[in-house]
Ligand binder design. Structure first.
Ligand SMILES: O=C(O)CCC(=O)C(=O)O
Length: 312
């Protein structure tokens, strides 16, 4: 696999960043986030993983050595329970708001920065082929505007055998690609598709961030180490561009809510911050109301109603 082209945090300017994203669809920025900040979140997460019995006893939890007998992944209920405890951490939500990351993302999208409020934490057990995320474009899952960017942040050094993300250079130029979803829990781009470029990859360390366009094809490398791979995917866009409101709410019937997420937080600063921004929701609240009235099943209607209740 071709190695990532990388940039140093202190070399970034708005034009170099935009040129890199325009031409290659990604930028790997080395050493952007302070390592101790990232490690602090790793510490909180590994405490939870240790209490859940996911880590081998006898090691420092910060080494995140996996207990393979506990291996699980989404949608296993045990996984969901532990994941929820991690999702509720205040520090988990604070990481995408780190000032240096905001500064860089403003260089890319402009000053009207929207940080999507639902980062995704990845807790990938080793030697579990079925947990490896296959090729996809994030636009398939987020909708809204294609000028949206993912920042992939490993919370520890991630050599290739620990399963870092890899991307297809220039693939965003091909536009939106067909994803297979038949008999698949998570849609993916068929393996024989023309992806428009070469896979690029390599080691990504704590403090590095991999930024890519919503149409850039990417996938995880298999984790063949003895460690759990722990990372966050965070999304950013200009709030004057359209946003799918599903990215702000918990539309499913899991019972998740922002109130429950915020219950143990010590500060109000990051609670509901997006409600203070003039967002361009698509569909709008009025359109969601219409969709709810016209829904062809009670389940769909309930979903739209849950969205509405959380947007108000
Ligand atoms: O971390 C992973 O395994 C997958 C991440 C991903 O697909 C994403 O950031 O969109």
């Amino acid at each position: 696999m071709k190695p990532f082209r990388e940039m140093k945090a202190h070399d970034l300017t708005s034009s170099t960043l935009q040129e890199e994203i325009d031409s290659r669809g990604y930028v790997l920025v080395r050493g952007l986030l302070p390592r101790d900040h990232v490690t602090q979140l790793l510490g909180k997460i590994t405490q939870i993983l240790s209490a859940a019995g996911w880590l081998l006893p006898g090691y420092d939890p910060l080494e995140h050595i996996a207990d393979l007998s506990a291996a699980c992944g989404d949608p296993n209920p045990t996984f969901k329970q532990t994941y929820q405890n991690i999702f509720n951490l205040e520090l988990f939500h604070a990481l995408p708001h780190h000032p240096v990351l905001q500064q860089v993302m403003k260089m890319l999208v402009g000053n009207q920065l929207l940080i999507h409020p639902k980062p995704i934490g990845r807790l990938i057990f080793p030697h579990c082929k079925h947990l490896t995320v296959h090729a996809h474009q994030d636009y398939r899952f987020m909708g809204g505007d294609t000028e949206c960017f993912t920042v992939w942040i490993p919370l520890h050094d991630c050599p290739v055998d620990v399963g870092p993300l890899r991307v297809v250079e220039g693939s965003h130029h091909l536009g939106y690609m067909k994803h297979d979803d038949e008999n698949l829990r998570i849609p993916e781009i068929p393996t024989n598709a023309d992806l428009g470029g070469d896979w690029v990859g390599g080691q990504i360390n704590a403090g590095d961030v991999l930024i890519f366009h919503s149409l850039t094809v990417h996938a995880a490398s298999p984790n063949i180490s003895n460690q759990l791979r722990i990372s966050l995917d965070c999304r950013f866009q200009n709030y004057e561009r359209i946003l799918n409101p599903a990215n702000l709410v918990f539309a499913g019937d899991s019972g998740k809510s922002w109130e429950k997420t915020y219950a143990g937080w010590s500060s109000d600063a990051l609670k509901y911050y997006w409600r203070r921004l003039p967002l361009e929701l698509h569909p709008s609240k009025v359109e969601i109301e219409q969709l709810s009235k016209m829904a062809d099943s009670p389940a769909k209607q309930a979903r739209y109603n849950r969205m509405l209740s959380q947007l108000n």
